[in-house]
Design a protein around this ligand. Structure first.
Ligand code: C2E
Ligand code: MG
Ligand code: MG
Length: 634
């Protein structure tokens, strides 16, 4: 390293001993300053967590420890002018830097060391600022400041030259081989330092995004249901020792579905965002606001009793009554606000929220803008309680049976599988359709036990069919509540192994709106089933508000286009267009499409022409008892 540079050796041959010694000493000094820069720079690198601080510190080290006159970091901007920005420097320069006006384009002001180093990706040295013709634009000022030679070393991040580390020295002919080698290392270290910091920041950002996704609603950015519940629980807990009333409000949008149907999804989402903004504006940033499900917002107000709550509710109604403009259109939004109070209506977050939601629904039915939970509605209704008791018994006595509705390949007309649909064989009332008892089961929690039973029946049935040589998948419908049930996955696994059924023979359907309420939870449960080999269907697609892009982040294979679209295809051009675009987008995203509720030959033909993969509906087959379904194969 200390060997003299060979060129300069020859050049200096024949000069006096004195100059030779002076040359050697000078060279040692230069190596020393580069070394000092390197080692002090290393300490800086280890400590720096901020890019700007790192750059400034490296420049400082080069001047203070290394003895260079001026050190700069210049970044190449990706603008049209290919400009260069000095992002850090150290050393007095009296306006020299401001006047640089550098570029990395191949023009006159791009012929300095910085421009050349950025373009070529290699270091560039001017040994004499006064003689080098390329340096002319900056020469006079440089000489004035005693900057007599300079080097620019490229800085690279991810194989891209992002700029240079540039050092100016007070003597000519600086930066010989040995010094350059060391400085090259300094620049490589600095590049490494920058990329470490940038990677760290990117990682922190994506972690933050991931955390946000867990607690935030994707459309409005408000807290999602689980995060809202957590906060409410925390407030209730903190409130236990000196109880103050707490109000829970649920704002229910009663026309959201109509808005989607009439104006489309994107305007619908726009409306939701605007409403979220308005609610926030009225409530202020101290109040916790969340999006609980597709058409419900939730608010809780600590230290608010019924009187105070009704004032807030009135303010909210006023802001919600203003139409929302989306583009040229003004959309009217109708909302009902329901309320419940701690401790009068319960002392658990979940219960308070449920009761406020019941009140909102009740209010909507009565056309009341604001409605307080009354305690005698729905849940406590004696008739419903009696029915719930009967349902409990029915589950134990296996009065619930499954019907099977075939899914048909639209091209070949062949049956490719079936959906299981539950029915209640009531000893007195006869066959009760699912929509009359599933909501009750969901509200009372009976849905858990019920779903275990349904999964077990479907698996038992599959076992029997497989033995008879029919090996087609059967899909089980899941409720959103099932996704919150930590036992579900075990119950499923136990039955699969008990009956030795291939997991690919039991699929799952889940409605779009359920997926949107708590996507992370849904993802976990569905991923588990999917990894075992089940296909996952998104049911009633088109009735929620999720974007397809969002859905592909979920472990799903099939979309089931909601019956409403299929039915309206003939009468309404828009419905047909929606179906066509859902099919083509789904295919682009690698999903298959099933159309629900196909009732006519014409619908089947249209769907087939649009490329829809499968169909299901009365036109092919109604839901059939198991004994009828199996006849289709013999
Ligand atoms: P879904 O999963 O979307 O099921 C399709 C519904 O449409 C079924 O009604 C079916 O009988 C009906 N359907 C099928 N083809 C046609 C048609 O061509 N025209 C008409 N008008 N209707 C048709 P069902 O059996 O009354 O079930 C209603 C809903 O109840 C289901 O909607 C599903 O969300 C729920 N459900 C049914 N069984 C279960 C179950 O085992 N568990 C859970 N959690 N939910 C279930
Ligand atoms: Mg279904
Ligand atoms: Mg459906």
């Amino acid at each position: 390293m200390t060997e003299p540079h060979s060129e300069s050796n020859e050049e200096h041959a024949g000069t006096s001993l004195k100059t030779e010694v002076a040359g050697l000493v000078g060279q040692n000094l230069r190596i020393t300053r580069a070394l000092k820069t390197l080692s002090a720079g290393n300490r800086t690198l280890l400590r720096a967590t901020d890019e700007q601080v790192l750059l400034a510190e490296m420049c400082r080290v080069a001047v203070v420890h290394g003895g260079y006159r001026l050190a700069m970091v210049n970044y190449a901007m990706q603008d049209d002018a290919k400009s260069v920005r000095t992002v850090a420097h150290h050393g007095s320069n009296n306006g020299f830097i401001e006047a640089l006006n550098l570029t990395w384009s191949d023009t006159e002001r791009g012929q300095g060391t910085v421009g050349i180093a950025i373009r070529s990706g290699k270091h560039c040295i001017f040994r004499s600022t006064s003689d080098d013709p390329r340096f002319r634009p900056w020469r006079d000022r440089a000489i004035e400041h005693g900057f007599l030679s300079l080097i620019s070393l490229p800085l690279r991040v991810d194989d891209l030259v992002i700029g240079t580390f540039t050092l100016l020295a007070g003597e000519e002919d600086a930066f010989d081989r040995a010094e350059f080698d060391l400085l090259d290392e300094v620049a490589a270290d600095l590049s490494f330092g920058i990329s470490v910091i940038r990677t760290r920041i990117k990682k922190a950002e994506s972690e933050q995004l991931a955390r946000r996704a867990l607690t935030r609603d994707a459309v409005t950015g408000l807290l999602n249901r689980s995060a809202f519940l957590l906060e409410l629980s925390a407030i209730i807990e903190a409130n236990v020792h000196r109880p103050e009333p707490i109000t829970v409000l649920v704002v229910r949008l009663t026309r959201l579905q109509e808005i989607y149907d009439g104006f489309g999804y994107d305007p619908g989402l726009e409306v939701l965002r605007e409403l979220a903004r308005r609610l926030e504006a009225v409530l202020g940033s101290n109040v916790t606001l969340g999006r609980l499900q597709s058409d419900e917002f939730g608010v809780f107000l600590p230290a608010h009793d019924a009187r105070a709550a009704s004032i807030v509710a009135a303010k909210l109604q006023t802001t919600l009554a203003e139409p929302v403009s989306v583009g040229e259109i003004a959309i009217d939004v109708a909302a009902t606000i329901g309320s419940s109070f701690y401790p009068g209506h319960g002392d658990e977050a979940e219960m308070l929220l449920r009761r406020a939601a019941i009140a909102a629904r009740e209010g909507a039915r009565k056309d009341a803008p604001y409605y307080t939970y009354t305690g005698t509605s729905q849940r406590e209704n004696p008739e419903r309680l009696a029915l719930a008791a009967e349902l409990r018994r029915a589950i134990d006595q296996q009065e619930l049976i499954l019907h099977y509705q075939p899914k048909v390949d639209l091209k070949t007309g062949r049956i490719v599988g079936a959906e299981s649909l539950v029915r209640w064989m009531h000893p007195k009332r006869g066959l009760i359709p699912p929509l009359q008892f599933i909501p009750l089961a969901e509200e009372t929690g009976l849905i858990r036990q019920m779903t275990y039973g349904i999964i077990e029946s479907a698996i038992r049935q599959q076992h029997a069919w497989v033995r008879r040589g029919v090996e087609l998948p059967v899909a089980v419908n899941l409720s959103v509540r099932n996704l919150y049930d930590p036992r579900l996955v075990d119950a499923y696994t136990e039955q699969i192994s008990t009956w030795g059924i291939e997991p690919r023979l039991i699929d799952f359907e889940i409605t779009e709106s359920a997926l949107v309420d708590d996507p992370e939870r849904a993802k976990q449960v569905l991923s588990f089933m999917r990894n075992r080999g089940a296909s996952i269907y998104i049911d009633d697609f088109g009735t929620g508000y999720s974007s397809l892009n969002y859905l592909v982040s979920l472990p799903v294979h099939f979309l089931k286009i909601d019956r409403a679209f299929v039915t309206q295809m003939k009468a309404r051009k828009e419905a047909r267009a929606v179906v066509a675009s859902v099919i083509s987008m789904a295919h682009n995203l690698g999903l298959l499409v099933v159309a629900e509720g196909v009732e006519t030959q014409e619908e089947a033909d249209t769907l087939n022409a649009l490329g829809c993969d499968q169909g299901q509906g009365y036109f092919f087959h109604k839901p059939l008892p198991a004994s009828e379904y199996e006849k289709l194969f013999h």
